[in-house]
Design a protein around this ligand. Structure first.
Ligand SMILES: Cc1cc2nc3c(=O)[nH]c(=O)nc-3n(C[C@H](O)[C@H](O)[C@H](O)COP(=O)(O)OP(=O)(O)OC[C@H]3O[C@@H](n4cnc5c(N)ncnc54)[C@H](O)[C@@H]3O)c2cc1C
Length: 357
């Protein structure tokens, strides 16, 4: 691939953070090239596809990708009856269509969005090297390239703590409107989920990387149990997985040579370390990064510091709490069999203990 024009802004990654950054910078009149190593937007889907209802404040054109409404959350602690949180509004979306629509919006704003284009690394002066041998030397880089961000690594900002996941899509025998959360000492450093999406459900498990080999048996056990209860079909309609950053906020601005870098979304560690939810934060931070890039290019010298401050204001409190709660749970494994029911509840957002001082 030829580098084409030298853009003012290079956005790496066209997930929700990158698409929003590309759109925002291009809408402000800046020239933008955005690259993604995937062959097509949103494929493969690596997501359980739940978004909070408030994401509608950021994205007006959400309706076409919503597949069902969510009203509540049911939390199962070990094998006890579920606790219902009946005010948990959100949507199950078609994540591939969601990502595609955000890329389309960036293209409409005149961002040059390229797929099948992987960034291999950066020269000392900030020139990006593409896997096809091409180079791009922008004036500013937005790293929106996910949990294992190459941009972040080059700028010295690395998500050191991750959760590994495995998910299947399965038939849902009794459609309902509550996300189901399964907390257990067996699911180390993560949890199980069943998110209903019409007549199917996304059923998954996430754990600390050292327990990765347990993902398959844990997920199979959960699937078997729920199938025996008659809630799910035994068939597996699809598989996915992926990493989630769980170490909390990284410094979202840096530098490659003289070229400023802004990190957004998972690349900045914005996914929630307890719930794993990161779509909303990716959308918000991407938009802010794109606007900050445009403002800086327009001469606003403080725009990049303002971005870092705004990210901290918006996300740090919630992320710090989640990091602390997750660490409390992980400490329970140090000299004991693991967290008991009370510790599991304190580590989950549906319980008042989670929000206590
Ligand atoms: C199994 C699973 C379930 C999840 N469920 C939910 C959920 O229900 N709700 C929720 O809110 N969040 C969920 N998340 C988290 C959510 O998917 C992420 O927080 C979100 O995708 C972050 O968006 P992003 O744009 O920052 O990164 P991504 O969506 O990861 O996008 C990064 C993009 O960068 C590209 N890229 C990476 N490296 C390079 C490179 N070197 N060169 C070029 N391109 C590159 C990738 O191909 C990718 O398209 C889940 C995550 C997993 C793994």
């Amino acid at each position: 691939m030829m580098a084409g024009r030298t853009p003012e802004v290079l956005v790496v990654g066209l997930g929700p953070a990158g698409s929003r950054a590309a759109a925002a910078a291009a809408e402000a009149g800046r020239s933008v090239v955005a690259v993604d190593r995937r062959r097509a937007a949103g494929h493969p889907v690596q997501c359980a596809e739940f978004v909070p209802a408030m994401i509608g404040q950021e994205l007006r054109a959400l309706d076409s990708v919503i597949r069902q409404r969510i009203r509540a959350m049911a939390t199962f602690v070990e094998d006890r009856p579920p606790d219902l949180w009946d005010n948990f509004p959100g949507h199950m979306i078609d994540r591939a269509a969601f990502d595609r629509s955000l890329v389309e919006a960036a293209r409409q704003a005149d961002a040059d969005c390229r797929f099948g284009a992987q960034i291999e690394g950066f020269a000392r002066d900030g020139t990006a090297r593409l896997s096809d041998g091409g180079e791009i030397r922008p004036r500013l880089i937005v790293g929106a390239d996910g949990p294992r961000s190459a941009v972040g690594r080059a700028a010295g900002r690395v998500n050191t703590e991750l959760v590994e996941t495995r998910q299947v899509t399965v038939p849902l025998n009794q459609p309902h409107e509550a996300t189901n959360i399964f907390l257990s000492a067996e699911i180390t450093g993560g949890y199980g989920w069943l998110f209903p999406k019409g007549d199917v459900a996304n059923l998954g498990v996430g754990v600390v990387p050292s327990a990765r080999t347990r993902l398959k048996p844990l997920l199979e056990d959960l699937h078997r149990r729920l199938a025996e209860e008659g809630r799910l079909g035994a068939e597996v309609l699809g598989h996915t997985g992926g990493a989630i950053p769980v170490g909390g906020l990284l410094e979202p601005r840096g530098r490659l040579g003289e070229v400023p870098v802004l990190l957004a979304g998972d690349a900045a560690g914005l996914a929630n370390p307890v719930t794993g939810a990161g779509i909303n934060a990716a959308v918000i931070s991407g938009g802010l990064a794109g606007r900050a890039a445009a403002d800086w290019l327009g001469g606003a010298a403080g725009a990049l510091d303002d971005y870092a401050e705004e990210i901290e204001e918006l996300f740090k409190g919630a992320l710090d709490r989640a990091v602390a709660r997750r660490r409390e749970i992980l400490r329970c494994y140090e000299d004991a069999p693991g967290p008991d029911a009370a510790a599991l509840r304190r580590g989950w957002i549906a319980y008042p203990e989670y929000w206590a001082a």
